[in-house]
Design a protein around this ligand. Sequence first.
Ligand code: SF4
Length: 211
Amino acid sequence: MTYLVKEIFYTLQGEGSHAGRPAVFCRFSRCNLWTGLEKDRHRAICQFCDTDFVGTDGEGGGKFRTPDDLAQAVEKAWPSASREHRFVVCTGGEPLLQLDEEAIDAFHARGFEVAVETNGTRVPPKGIDWLCVSPKIGSELVVTSGDELKLVYPQLGGDPRQFEQLDFRYFRLQPMDNPDVEANTRATVEYCMKNPRWTLSLQTHKYLGIQ
Ligand code: SF4
């Protein structure tokens, strides 16, 4: 298959359990919960997206015809020839519309640990090393186990308690980034303090001014 990728870049993971860890971000194009076009936002299932995942025209983006072509592009973004600590974060858009076992094998063959950030509406392929699920209220969650459940908070009609019985090691709550971000952050801090099952996830890359 041909993989459509918006961008591939080297940075620090900004949020969740791996915050601060150097990583290549591989941002796949397309999502099943929004077209990515502003004109469609009001009718999208997920309306608070803060990411441009349309097309293949970002830094390092493109159309990769084989799993190895994709893995090669990710390796090119890693800053050294050393295989130590290599880490790729497959994100989007919704990466599981495209990421398959062959691509994961190709990343592994080049020494990368493979993390995935998904909205949890698609069954993941085998071989993922770190699975982070960020459920979107109004969509059907089919992924009910993984490493980290990261809920953007607050979401209309959503209550964090509805996810607590799922099989995840970590439960993170992350303030929704919109014009109400300050109030959202206060509400998130308060919720975590009252419900210690949940821990705060901040989008530190936005504070740091990095990608
Ligand atoms: S599911 Fe994720 S990528 Fe898709 S629209 Fe929502 S926030 Fe954006």
